[in-house]
Design a protein around this ligand. Structure first.
Ligand code: CA
Length: 227
């Protein structure tokens, strides 16, 4: 089902949750402190993290913030704090859901399945495919025929904007407005220069275009060269 990372200092809760989630087909790993849990999540990202807020070394909400700075993995917070303002702050800090102790295995399992379902739907929506190109807006990763393409921030934004409008000509003016936030124009050269860098990284040139087609005097469009 899912690889679950449980960060919880109370050994009884840790054992009980590990056992009951294990019985439900999940693979459960656990850590008894915030820093160890954080390290494990970074070393080998699970599908979902269940995070206790009351940890001995670092407050769970700090762990959540540190996690969020580097990871998009879904996090369900487990807490004894049953107050609404606190919960809202926790959700704002980046938790995907929460359970209040004592919680049942059924409840936690249902929350796990719900956040995984949402993560999957979000992933499907944020990843745009054009031919062999895959552009993931959530992770800002691009692959071409399965191979990663390293792009700068602006190159990514440019490609992403063209991908959102795949098959349609986008004018340089539109690109300046959307990607460079210069709605009243700037140097057209900015767009040209970034386009040529992007072309090089995609292994093509203006003379032998594949994905990036310039429409003279109008703009540029991203196309599937195999279509
Ligand atoms: Ca605790």
């Amino acid at each position: 089902m899912a690889v679950v990372m449980l960060i919880e200092d109370d050994p009884r809760i840790r054992d009980a949750v590990s056992r009951t989630l294990g019985d439900r087909g999940h693979a459960v790993r656990s850590a008894s402190s915030g820093m160890r849990g954080l390290q494990e999540v970074m070393d080998d990202p699970p599908d979902v993290v269940v995070l206790d807020l009351g940890l001995p070394d670092v407050d769970g909400r700090e762990v959540l913030k540190m996690l969020r700075a580097v990871q998009t993995v879904p996090v369900i917070v487990a807490t004894a704090r049953d107050d609404e303002a606190d919960m809202i702050a926790t959700l704002d800090a980046g938790a995907d859901d929460y359970v209040v102790k004592p919680f049942s295995a059924e409840q936690l399992d249902a929350r796990i399945r719900a956040v995984l379902r949402r993560a999957k739907e979000d992933g499907a929506q944020t990843c745009i495919r054009v031919g062999g190109l895959a552009i993931d807006a959530a992770t800002r990763e691009v692959t071409l025929d399965g191979e990663p393409v390293e792009l700068t921030r602006k190159e990514f934004d440019l490609l992403h904007h063209l991908a959102l409008n795949a098959g349609q000509v986008v004018t340089k003016r539109q690109l300046l407005a959307e990607v460079w936030q210069q709605p009243y124009g700037g140097a057209d050269k900015t767009v040209d220069v970034h386009l040529s860098w992007l072309r090089r990284k995609l292994g093509e040139s203006a003379h032998e275009p594949r994905y990036l087609r310039t429409v003279r005097g109008v703009g540029v469009k991203l196309v599937d060269p195999g279509a």
